[in-house]
Design a protein around this ligand. Structure first.
Ligand code: GAP
Length: 508
């Protein structure tokens, strides 16, 4: 199971060494919180996108896709509330000059107390063995109860300060909890200030009187402003959804933890338009559906949990996160929000255009309500790496790192490897490669010993290695090696494609 910094470091190093992820502009010492996906990374990323798109748009007859522009009219962001309210509270430590998110400092403090409770539970489980009753323990153990009471008290003050936007109360909470700067160790803090996360830029040339516009901080608004276009041209009936994959930009105050929190990232969002009053029913439906989607990747349930929002965003009347057990602990990977009619109503008001749905059955028009599912593509990528990264000690005493990426998402599905570079083996292997490459992303390699080549394919998560040897020339059979079990089997050449297909299609 995850939950250690060491694992994150290993994943970062492995991602670079094997062409998954590089620091942006690395030759200029990098740009913080921006990353490039390398030759294997882009394949994995595309496969995740493809799977999400298929499970949303292709499998649901009432969901259609969209690809809206990143640049949008500046009033969009006024209407959506982002100009006034898309802020994070920031605080600086005067000694280290380091900047932090004030809310994250408190959240980390709370997480530490939660960790202590977890440790108590684990200790007790070991002590009592099979007789251990976790529920009863949590409800009766004095130390746990004291800690829980402390969490509740802090949370009460925290949520109150956030809801009232009371930055003085937030600073007082940080002071009362005696939170120290992890770098300087001091409690010498500035006041808490609000910081708007949107990037802005100039649109058009200055001579034309350029407008200030924003890089979108979410893809959702592109869907809202196209609601009428899609509903009318697609003759969509409620309930229906519009799905979109695309870049989003946020000037995050603290952007650490690799691709978990980036300033440029990708979202996969779906806005589901429903009849007012039916939103909670659909919210519950999508909450469950989205969790099923995550589990369909083949990652065990223990990596996931639901997390109900303590403080609702300005547009929501219900919100849950799906959290994933990243190397840094449980953190949000996807949000499911009941956004009411907030966005469509706001765009209707600001644009002066009627944005409504005519309900034939009820013979009246209304502004639909919206349930949103919003998943981070990069965080999904990191989740898969977290689950997949495996160090193994083998029977012969050697070690290997194998990426147990779900086969249908693996960057390369099969590697074709002639045992030697001579005796006509490369020519035979090339023929196999040519047959497979129209259906699957395959890799051909003849350099190095076969053992080394297997290790390299393990390290990028290739489910199958196909080895062509002298026997192949005689009877058209090859050995096929499976990544996780490392089992090798001799099969006729014509069976290769079917075996790969069966493995990678099992989830689709
Ligand atoms: N339209 C709703 C929305 O944008 P959000 O919870 O702010 O909601 C949705 O973002 C998802 O986008 C998150 O669950 C996360 O996976 C991803 N995300 C948000 N900020 C991110 C960042 N700075 N870097 C990487 N992914 C991010």
């Amino acid at each position: 199971m995850a939950n250690n910094e060491d694992l994150l470091k290993k994943i970062i190093a492995h991602s670079k060494e094997y062409g998954f992820i590089f620091q942006s502009s690395e030759i200029y010492d990098g740009l913080s919180a921006a990353y490039d996906y390398g030759q294997n990374g882009v394949e994995l990323k595309n496969n995740i996108k493809d799977y999400w798109w298929k499970s949303m748009v292709q499998y649901h007859e009432n969901i259609v896709g969209l690809d809206s522009a990143i640049f949008m009219h500046p009033t969009v962001w006024k209407a959506s509330g982002h100009v006034d309210a898309f802020n994070d509270p920031m605080i600086d430590n005067k000694d280290s000059k380091k900047r932090y998110r004030a809310d994250v400092l408190v959240e980390d403090y709370l997480a530490k107390i939660e960790d202590k409770i977890k440790k108590e539970v684990n200790k007790a489980r070991k002590r009592f063995g099979d007789d251990f009753d976790e529920k009863q323990f949590l409800a009766t153990n004095k130390r746990v109860l004291d800690r829980q009471a402390k969490i509740d008290e802090i949370k009460g003050r925290f949520v109150d300060a956030l809801e009232k936007n009371d930055l003085v109360a937030l600073k007082k909470l940080i002071e009362d909890l005696e939170i120290k700067c992890p770098l300087s160790g001091s409690k010498n803090w500035t006041d808490v200030r609000q910081f708007n996360l949107m990037f802005s830029t100039q649109f058009g040339s200055l001579s034309e009187g350029a407008n200030q516009i924003y890089l979108r901080p979410e893809t959702a608004q592109g869907i809202f402003v196209n609601y009428l276009n899609v509903q009318k041209t697609g003759r969509m009936k409620l309930p229906f959804g519009i799905a979109q994959i695309g870049k989003a930009f946020r000037n995050e105050i603290v952007a650490r933890q690799f691709i978990f929190r980036m300033r440029e990232f990708e979202q996969m969002e779906m806005q589901f338009f429903v009849k007012p009053g039916e939103e909670i029913k659909w919210f519950n439906y999508w909450k469950e559906e989205r969790m099923k989607w995550h589990l369909s990747l083949g990652i065990p349930e223990s990596y996931y949990r639901f997390h109900e929002h303590d403080k609702l965003a300005h547009y929501a009347n219900a919100a849950f996160d799906i959290d994933f057990d990243f190397p840094m602990g449980f953190k949000e990977i996807e949000g499911i929000h009941s956004r009411t009619d907030f966005d469509l109503e706001a765009h209707q008001k600001m644009s002066g255009k009627k944005i409504q749905y005519f309900d034939n059955e009820e013979n009246k028009s209304y502004v639909p309500y919206v349930v949103e599912t919003s998943i981070g593509l990069d965080r999904t990528f990191l989740a898969i790496l977290t689950f997949a990264y495996t160090e193994e000690k083998l029977e012969d005493g050697s070690e290997r790192v194998v990426m147990k990426i779900p086969p249908f998402l693996a960057p390369i599905k099969a590697a074709v490897l002639p045992l030697t570079k001579k005796d006509g083996l490369p020519e035979k292997a090339r023929k196999i490669m040519d047959n497979l490459k129209y259906d699957y992303n395959c890799h051909y390699e003849e350099k190095d010993t076969i053992g080394r080549r297997y290790r390299r394919q393990d390290a990028i998560g290739t489910p199958y290695c196909i080895t062509v040897d002298h026997q192949t020339l005689e009877d058209n059979t090859v050995t096929i090696r499976e990544r996780d079990s490392m089992k090798q089997e001799r099969i006729p050449m014509e069976k290769i494609s079917g075996i790969i297909g069966e493995k990678i299609c099992s989830v689709l």
